[in-house]
Design a protein around this ligand. Structure first.
Ligand code: AMP
Length: 195
């Protein structure tokens, strides 16, 4: 299945994508993880992206679309993939449509993990206190910026997927296991519609 996970920063997209990946043959395609790897490796993309990421702004569409286009080509994506953090704006959504169309692929569903903003601040603070390696963009100021960007650029994509009948919602305020089982139910529904 080809899926997109939507949700604001700290909603648990990465965690849920990891869960799905561990149970199925669908790799997680996280532009955030790939960009952080590029920053750590000191590649040209990493050098271009670092300051933008630290500020909580969006890296250029050209960079992230290129990253995803290369990644989708890999053989492990043949059975499906989970997009985590992409697309994040209208231009990226259009680029994704074009990429999928070119490969004769379709999107099976887009799942929005809903969490209210106040809860996200608590979660990021928890992530900072629990993690050995703190992300440079995990702090209150950057989170505020990332949330603004999410509401302004990314949330407006949801009606686009809704209009295609592909959007489903889960309540991301529940614990990780509960959210995971809500997602499993969504997948059952989506695969039922396929058959
Ligand atoms: P994430 O791990 O998904 O929260 O992404 C961390 C940061 O990477 C974001 O705040 C952006 O600076 C950058 N980033 C990740 N995905 C994208 C994307 N699809 N478009 C632009 N910037 C992105």
């Amino acid at each position: 299945m080809n899926l997109i996970l939507f949700g604001p920063p700290g909603a648990g997209k990465g965690t849920q994508a990891d869960r799905l990946t561990s149970k199925r043959d669908w790799p997680k395609l996280s532009t955030g993880d790939m960009l952080r790897a590029a920053v750590a490796a000191g590649t040209e993309i990493g050098r271009k992206a670092k300051d933008i990421m630290d500020r909580g702004e969006l890296v250029s569409d050209e960079i992230v679309v290129g990253i995803i286009a290369d990644r989708i080509e890999q053989p492990d994506c043949r059975n499906g993939f989970i997009l985590d953090g992409f697309p994040r704006n209208a231009a990226q959504a259009e680029a994704l449509d074009a990429m999928l169309a070119e490969k004769g692929l379709d999107l099976d569903g887009a799942i929005e993990i809903r969490v209210v903003d106040s809860k996200l601040i608590d979660r990021i603070n928890q992530r900072i206190s629990e993690s050995a390696e703190v992300r440079a963009d995990d702090n209150a100021d950057t989170l505020e910026k990332r949330l603004k960007v999410y509401h302004k650029e990314t949330a407006p994509l949801l009606p686009y997927y809704e209009a295609q009948g592909k959007l489903r919602h889960v309540d991301g305020m529940q614990n990780i296991d509960d959210v995971a089982s809500q997602i499993e139910n969504v997948l059952k529904g989506l695969s039922g519609e396929d058959t």
